[in-house]
Structures are given as C-alpha cells and as structure tokens.
Design a protein around this ligand. Structure first.
Ligand SMILES: [Zn+2]
Length: 253
C-alpha cells in the first residue's frame, strides 16, 4: 500500500530511493536464501553436521567431486604413506569414468560417500530431478559394490525436498567447512593450508576438492595443501578420522 502511494505521486525523486530499497531488500533476501540453503552451518532443512562433538584432537579430511586423476591417486598415495584414512564424496559420473580409483580408495579403507551423479546445479532444485540424481549417484557407487549411507549435497545445496529423498535411500547428509573459499581457483598451497590451519580444532570436518563438479580439472594446489595441513596438524598432536567415525554414524547401509 505504501509503495503504491509513493509511486502514484509521480515524484521522480522517490524512484531512486525505492529502487535502492528494492535492491537492498533483494540482497537481504538473497543473503538469507544463501544462509538457509547453501551455508555449511544452516540446519534449516534438517540435521546437517559440519563438525564432530569431541574434545580430542581429531580432524576429518574430506574430498569432494572426484575421482579425478591423477590428483585423487596422489592424495591416496600420500594418505597411505602416512597411514591416514579420509572420506571421499564422489560424483557418480566420475566414478563410472574411473571405477578403479574408487576401488583403490575402498581397498585403502577410506570411506566413500555419495555426491550426486551429475553435479549440475539445476538438477538439485526440483524434487524429481534431485531424486533421479541421488538414485543414479547411488547406482554408480553400486557398480563398485558400495551402498553408502553418507551424502554431501553438491554446493551443499539443501531444499525442502532433500530430507525426504535422502530418507528413501537411507542416506545421512554431511556438511563440513570449506578449506578455502577460493580453492576452485587453486591459489598457492600455502594459502589454502593457512586457512585450514586457522580454522582447525577438535572435531573439524574439512572440505577439500580433488575434482571439479565431476568434470576433472587441475587440483595440484589442493594436493600440495593437504600435505602441508597433515604435517602441521600431526605436529600439533592431531590425528585423523573418517566422517562416519567422527559423527558416530554408519558409513554403509
Ligand atoms: Zn561438489
């Protein structure tokens, strides 16, 4: 009503003010929308654990968007050298491309979670396409003999449809904290590592990316950052757990 009254006065002076108000309101709505649907911390659409409840010096390293060679294997080689087990949330279509890499991770006793099938943003917006993507992601993991109970939504995007779809598949949603907001641009490894180390504390679940949307991509900086992070955390007395161990939930159905 107030808006109509102002616009019908025909006073041009009010229009920029109104426009600015609309932009501010739009920005606030977008920010609120981001917080609800994509923030690692929002619990608006059901439980979405981003850290474990422990006082022990233990951290869970997680890797999204793989398998993506040679980076996934480089990370796996390093973790094997150090006797560390981690969690890999894998994209179904990437698993179909490199099933031997996923098998190797399983043989090394890492935990494998589902990270959808396509990793195409629009597929996660509607109930039908979301359900189809989760089903195909699980089917891809089934080709290497896995029936995982853990799911990390691509972009951490949650909608009201997510919880019922995951329930159908017996999946638990898992969040975490991004290693570095600009990891996708592969900044220097030291930059990524510093950010992780600044945030790390007992119970941290760190999100790295060994791939990019299941499409491949250079992840050399991430691989090098993982080496720095592990070295520094070990020196500080930390050990490492898989996400299922950290949260006390089953990894597989
Ligand atoms: Zn992803």
């Amino acid at each position: 009503m107030g808006v109509t009254a102002v616009t019908t006065t025909g006073s041009k002076g009010h229009r920029p003010l109104l426009a600015a108000g609309a932009v501010a309101a739009g920005a606030a709505t977008a920010a609120a929308g981001y917080w609800l649907c994509m923030s690692p911390y929002s619990q608006a659409f059901g439980a979405f654990p981003y850290r474990g409840r422990t006082r022990d010096k233990v951290v869970a390293l997680t890797f999204d968007d793989g398998p993506n060679e040679p980076y996934t294997s480089q990370i796996a080689d390093f973790l094997a050298e150090r006797g560390i087990r981690a969690t890999f949330f894998q994209v179904g279509r990437a698993v179909l491309r490199s099933p031997e890499v996923t098998r190797r991770l399983v043989a090394d006793r890492h935990t494998i979670g589902c990270h959808g099938f396509t990793h195409e943003f629009t597929n996660y917006l509607g109930r039908r396409t979301l359900a189809q993507d989760v089903r195909k992601g699980q089917a891809a993991l089934a080709t290497v003999g896995l029936r995982t109970a853990l799911y990390r939504p691509p972009w951490l995007l949650r909608t009201p449809d997510l919880a019922p779809v995951l329930r159908e598949h017996g999946l638990t949603a898992v969040s975490g904290e991004f290693c570095h907001a600009l990891e996708v641009f592969q900044p220097r490894p030291e930059m990524i590592a510093e950010r992780v180390l600044a945030k790390a504390r007992p119970g941290s679940i760190v999100i790295f990316h060994d791939g990019f949307d299941g499409r491949g991509g250079n992840r050399a900086s991430t691989v090098a950052a993982v080496r720095i992070v592990v070295g520094r955390l070990e020196s500080a007395g930390y050990r490492f757990a898989t996400v299922d161990e950290m949260l006390g939930v089953p990894a597989y159905a």
